[in-house]
Design a protein around this ligand. Structure first.
Ligand code: APR
Length: 256
């Protein structure tokens, strides 16, 4: 580990130990080491698939074509992904009272599988399918995706993954939780996000405006780095979070 990163990790750990309310704000980058590709960047999903298939208007007008892409991107991939070290460190931080909320843009359920309980999913979750006609919900594993688009076993209505498509509103609960976190966090830990997508990308700047210290983990600079980031831990989430955990969990908590 280079000295700059080592010093920054110690600074970050000290901030996190003193923080009364810490929020982790995560993007696709935290799940890359779990085998789930990010959306942007040279290996990004949007360099292979046209994002218009994930627009709600396209889905409703041409559900079979949209579902063919959805299945390839999310359901053929996701089933095999497991939480990586970064997810596991966040779960340990919650257990030790060092992490109070996760606002995630991810729909892969890996924070919950790692053991975090206070997770708010800004873009929903891919584990459930919802019937657009009768609103019944089904675990995705219970629905046969060999025939697309999948139909509701009860009423034959169109089934949609329970995540947010482009053009859909953010669900009220995670939206309120995100703004509340931006209001009261002492530390905002941004892990693996470009900061490209509205309105999620408004949350970290709001936290900064309200006095939060911003710690960011990313192998590359993002839209946040030069604008709001106070401590930039440049590197992969799994590696950096493991190094952070060594300092965070071994150093006795300050007396004050
Ligand atoms: N560790 C940490 N960060 C990483 C890693 C890694 N191992 N690998 C890549 N990254 C970073 C990239 O540098 C990039 O900044 O993760 C980020 C991934 O960016 P995006 O793919 O744009 O992901 P995200 O910011 O979460 O996208 C937001 O866009 O398409 C929509 O709904 C989708 O939730 C998604 C939203």
């Amino acid at each position: 580990m280079n000295n700059t990163l080592k010093k920054s990790i110690q600074e970050a750990a000290s901030l996190l130990q003193k923080s009364r309310f810490t929020t982790a704000f995560t993007g696709a980058g935290i799940s890359v080491e779990s085998g789930i590709p990010p959306f942007r960047g040279e290996e990004g999903l949007w360099s292979k698939y046209d994002p218009r298939y994930l627009e709600i208007s396209f889905f409703l007008s041409r559900p079979e074509e949209s579902w063919q892409v959805i299945k390839q991107i999310f359901y053929d991939f996701f089933g095999k992904a497991a939480p990586n070290r970064a997810h596991l460190v966040l779960a340990e931080m919650e257990r030790r009272g060092m992490l109070h909320r996760i606002i995630t843009q991810n729909i892969d359920n890996l924070h919950q599988e790692a053991g975090n309980t206070r997770v708010y999913e800004f873009h929903g979750n891919s584990m459930k399918l919802v019937c657009l006609a009768c609103s019944r919900e089904f675990p995705y594993g219970k629905i046969n995706l060999d025939h697309l688009p999948p139909r509701c076993p009860d009423c034959q209505g169109l089934l949609k993954p329970d995540f947010i498509f482009f053009g859909e509103a953010i669900p009220q609960e995670p939206l309120a939780a995100a703004y509340d976190a931006a209001d009261k966090s002492d530390v905002f830990l941004i892990i693996g996000s470009t900061g490209e997508v509205m309105p999620a990308n408004q949350i970290p700047p709001l936290a900064k405006q309200n006095g939060a210290k911003i710690i960011e983990i990313n192998p590359e600079e993002s839209n946040y780095t030069r604008r709001i980031t106070d401590i930039f831990l440049q590197g992969k989430a799994g590696e950096v979070m493991s190094m952070l955990a060594e300092t965070l969990f071994s150093t006795p908590l300050d007396d004050n």
